[in-house]
Write a protein that binds this ligand. Structure first.
Ligand code: HEC
Ligand code: HEC
Ligand code: HEC
Length: 424
């Protein structure tokens, strides 16, 4: 504090940054263990604004469907549609539509559909191989595909008709195909049977840069920690050796930040604290932010996750996250729980991808995604899980993601941090 005052007294250009830090200090309550709370730049967004989706991602927007922040956009389900007489669509066309991945991923993402089922079907939904002889009415089949919410408000299946993924005529063709299904599936390759497919095992050495390109980011992160910023100081000037000073820090994040009134994760902290101290602007998702965050995670490698779950704010955040995890978003109308709780999709296959449950999902972030050739922090993963279900993503510093990050971290409480790591 005294040093900051001296700096302001000198009236240098850096005093502006120092003043910002001082104000932030003044506004805050005293931190844990009697330490002053970390100076934070509290104004504005920690992400580039206006937020624009990443290059190479689906460019579409889905403005008429719920997002995690705006939850009253999706129209509720209509009434059951009455079908007079029997449906006689084109079963061949229906099969092609069901098997194609073009729109919404296709039915085989979640269902096995008879002996002609293509490679690597999923099993989030029931095996439909014999649905044609199970006494379903045409009206049931039509409505289930058009909008399953008519029968099951919490259905994990998208409302294919109501959300415009297939036309009514196409759904008639799909129903004709479903009615033709009467023979159990047989698999040419044992891998194709989702009930027998071996579970993915991740045993690569995440810290070996020859194996994991994300490990190449540890050194640049350490160099940034030692680099003098525009305010004349480096992280190391005030903190010394991060391996000692922060040997128990990143594993205690996210944490409630009273000045921002939200859960603060490592990446958002790096931006707001660097702005207030070194004067550097490492916006979330920038290379520098990722490098420093990878480094701060690396120094807690092997340490147990231990976030505070006892405070009233932590409990309130968990409750918000619990609700968020059940909000149906996007054109495909999915909630996190549809894919990530064992009662629903988790521990099953969605096409060739095995869906994880919340426990153990976060302790390997940031990680290298081999399918995207990039390092992803947890916020980018959450954005991807939104865009994949055709929901507009939120900026990475959105408080909704912060609550979900906290929730995922609590689910891994006690587990060792293993970042940086590598995943498909
Ligand atoms: C994301 C996974 C998912 C996808 C993709 C999916 N379904 Fe489903 N489907 C389910 C689940 C789960 C159920 C059962 C429980 C429910 O509604 O959540 C189900 C149930 C059904 C049923 C009712 C079965 C019965 O016993 O009456 C039919 C019919 C059906 N799906 C057809 C389809 C068709 C046709 C497609 C492709 C257009 C499709 N599904 C795509 C997950 C999926
Ligand atoms: C001008 C001095 C100064 C600089 C430069 C500085 N910090 Fe800090 N930092 C502080 C103070 C003061 C605190 C709060 C007291 C404490 O935890 O030691 C703090 C706290 C922290 C904490 C713990 C936060 C908490 O709430 O427990 C981390 C992590 C941290 N700093 C990382 C960094 C990083 C990374 C940089 C470089 C971008 C950096 N600091 C630059 C002064 C500084
Ligand atoms: C349509 C299904 C689907 C929905 C809905 C979905 N995800 Fe995912 N998610 C996936 C798939 C597929 C993966 C990659 C496989 C895996 O690791 O589970 C994944 C991966 C993840 C991971 C990384 C897991 C790891 O071990 O690397 C996290 C964390 C995650 N999802 C959180 C969420 C949250 C939070 C939500 C809700 C906002 C959500 N997901 C919604 C399908 C989904």
């Amino acid at each position: 504090m005294l040093r900051l005052l001296e700096r302001i007294g000198r009236g240098t250009a850096t005093a502006v940054a120092a003043l910002g830090a001082l104000l932030a200090l003044g506004a805050a309550e005293t931190g844990a263990q009697g330490k002053p709370p970390a100076p934070l730049h509290l104004e504005g967004s920690a992400a580039p604004m206006p937020w624009a989706r990443y290059k190479g991602w689906n460019k579409a927007t889905w403005d008429t469907y719920n997002t995690l922040a705006q939850r009253d956009l999706t129209k509720p389900a209509g009434k059951e549609i009455e079908i007079k007489g029997s449906i006689d669509g084109d079963a061949k066309k229906g099969k092609d539509l069901s098997f194609s991945r073009a729109r919404g991923g296709g039915c085989l993402s979640c269902h096995v559909m008879g002996p002609e089922t293509l490679e690597l079907p999923g099993n989030v939904g029931p095996d439909l191989s014999e649905i044609g002889k199970q006494g379903r009415t045409d009206q049931w089949l039509y409505n289930y595909v058009y909008d399953p919410r008519v029968y099951n408000a919490e259905s994990s299946m998208p409302p294919w008709g109501a959300h415009g993924l297939y036309t009514e005529a196409e759904i008639r063709d799909i129903v004709a195909f479903l009615k033709s299904l009467a023979t159990p599936a047989t698999y040419k390759n044992a891998l194709d049977d989702p009930t027998k497919r071996p579970l993915p095992v991740e045993d690569r050495d995440g810290l070996d840069p020859f194996v994991n390109p994300a490990a190449e980011r540890i050194d640049p992160g350490e160099k940034l920690f030692a680099a003098v910023g525009r305010a004349g100081k480096a992280c190391a000037t005030c903190h010394g050796d991060a391996k000692k000073t922060f040997a128990e820090w990143a594993n205690t994040m996210p944490r409630w930040e009273p000045r921002l009134k939200r859960m603060l994760g490592v990446e958002e902290f790096v931006y707001r604290h660097a702005r207030a101290t070194t004067g550097e602007s490492y916006l979330m998702q920038s290379a520098e932010n990722t490098d420093l965050s990878v480094f701060l995670r690396f120094v807690v490698h092997g340490k147990a996750t231990r976030v505070d779950t006892t405070s009233a704010e932590a409990k309130a955040s968990l409750e918000r996250a619990r609700v968020l995890s059940t909000v149906k978003v996007g054109q495909l109308n999915f909630a996190c729980v549809d894919c990530h709780t064992p009662e629903k999709g988790a521990l099953k296959w969605i096409r060739g991808q095995y869906l994880g449950e919340p426990k153990g999902q976060i302790t390997h972030f940031p990680n290298w995604r081999t399918s995207r050739n990039e390092v992803w922090d947890i916020r980018k993963r959450l954005q991807w899980c939104n865009v994949q279900v055709r929901a507009n993503e939120l900026p990475p510093d959105a408080p909704e993601y912060a609550d979900l990050e906290f929730y995922l971290t609590v689910a891994s409480q006690g587990m060792p941090w293993e970042a940086p790591n590598i995943r498909h």
